[in-house]
Design a protein around this ligand. Structure first.
Ligand code: GLA
Length: 380
């Protein structure tokens, strides 16, 4: 990212200098679609982020925002509706902060980022966390990082329409260089787990496809989980979320829930257990077991949760054929990236074979990203 260009643009648009903030995208090693079920996840912030330059403009509520990557300007009041789709994120963050009883006033800003869009690396959470952090700091509002993560999540729910869990915004706010975050998505207790897999590399392969209706399909998955949990709760009142359920409990309601909801819930219950096992293996430095669990997650996401697609399954197959230690679809699914844990000596061959065969089959060049685990939201 050319950060100077962002500062210069701010100056040329508004004739003054602003302050720069950033917040990153994330990867997730394992624990997918578990967050909104109260389960566990293992994300880490990455070295791809959103950046904004911002300054109060002295008005009570006028917001001027320039999206540098799109060369688009939007201007709105806190009572209007933004014209641009991306304006909703900034608008939503302001409103969610105001709901906490804090005063937000007018500001000017410029923003840009290098988190690939639609790649499952949480560009939207990065944008929300970047603005949440910036507004909080700029007006000295005293919100903590837990509150900022929730502001971002509520923005998705109320202004974007995705009923997401807390993982992405949490990782963006709490990221720490060199560490993954083992997060209990119900209590929000978390632990940093140093991640330095000696002899291995973590690589993302972007299919460069984003299948449509991902957000409605995502919300539908969440509904299936809530349905299944509500049936189980009839017999086991202590089951608030699938996090509290076992496979045996699910089997008891097999004749009551739809086959589809059953399959979704089965994946989630298995995935929460798998995430625990993978985490223990990680703490022992047993990357082979971690990798095995990643493959199991992929199969579950593909066959039971049905959030994979032809392109992702293809890259997963290539990984297996190349002897890659672990590989799976990452994030919400329906396109985006696979995350791959690969031994150093196999890395180059794998990347070559995967990119060549993918391009040959789908006529799209996949993108390759080496993962660097980085810090979360901050002022620059
Ligand atoms: C998206 C959501 C997250 C999480 C993942 C799947 O990234 O924003 O909350 O549910 O999908 O694990």
């Amino acid at each position: 990212m050319e950060l100077n260009l962002l500062k210069e643009k701010f100056k040329s648009l508004y004739g003054t200098e602003g302050t720069m903030y950033t917040s990153p995208g994330r990867i997730n090693l394992i624990g997918e679609h578990t967050d909104y079920n109260g389960g566990f996840v293992l994300p880490g912030a990455i070295d791809k982020a959103m950046y904004c330059v911002i300054k109060p403009n002295g008005t009570p509520d006028r917001i001027k925002a320039y999206a540098m990557d799109l060369s688009e300007m939007d201007e709105f009041g806190l009572d209007d509706i933004p014209i641009k789709q991306w304006g909703k994120y900034i608008f939503g963050v302001c409103h969610e902060i105001m709901k906490l009883g804090k005063q937000v006033q007018g500001f000017d800003c410029v923003f840009a980022g290098d988190v690939p869009l639609g790649a499952g690396m949480s560009s939207s959470a990065a944008l929300e966390s970047c603005f949440g952090f910036a507004i909080n700091d700029m007006y000295n509002l005293g919100l903590d990082r837990f509150q900022l993560a929730k502001v971002g999540q509520a923005t998705e729910h109320n202004y974007v329409g995705v009923k997401c869990g807390i993982m992405d915004q949490f990782a963006s706010c709490f990221g720490k260089e060199g560490s993954l975050i083992r997060l209990d998505c119900r209590s929000l207790e978390y632990k940093y787990i140093p991640f330095n897999p000696e002899g291995y590399r973590l690589v993302l392969l972007n299919t460069c496809v984003a299948h449509e209706l991902a957000s409605s399909a995502y919300n539908k998955r969440r509904e299936s989980c809530e349905n299944a949990a509500s049936y189980i709760r009839k017999y086991h009142p202590e089951v608030e979320l699938l996090r509290d359920a076992t496979i045996e409990m699910l089997k008891e309601v097999a004749n009551e829930v739809s086959a589809e909801d059953y399959m979704r819930a089965e994946f989630v219950i298995e995935e929460i257990a798998r995430m625990g096992e993978a985490c223990d293996a990680l703490e022992r430095g047993d990357y082979e077991t971690v990798g095995k669990k990643m493959y199991e997650t992929h199969i579950g996401l593909s066959r039971k949760y049905e959030v994979s697609c032809e392109e992702l399954d293809f890259l997963n197959d290539v990984a297996r054929q190349c002897g890659v230690t672990g590989s799976r679809v990452m994030g919400g699914g329906f396109g985006g990236c696979t995350i791959n844990l690969v031994k150093n000596e196999l890395h180059d061959d794998f990347i070559k074979r995967a990119t060549e065969s993918y391009e040959q089959k789908f006529r799209i060049k996949p993108k390759v990203y080496e993962v660097v685990i980085s810090d979360g939201a901050r002022k620059l």
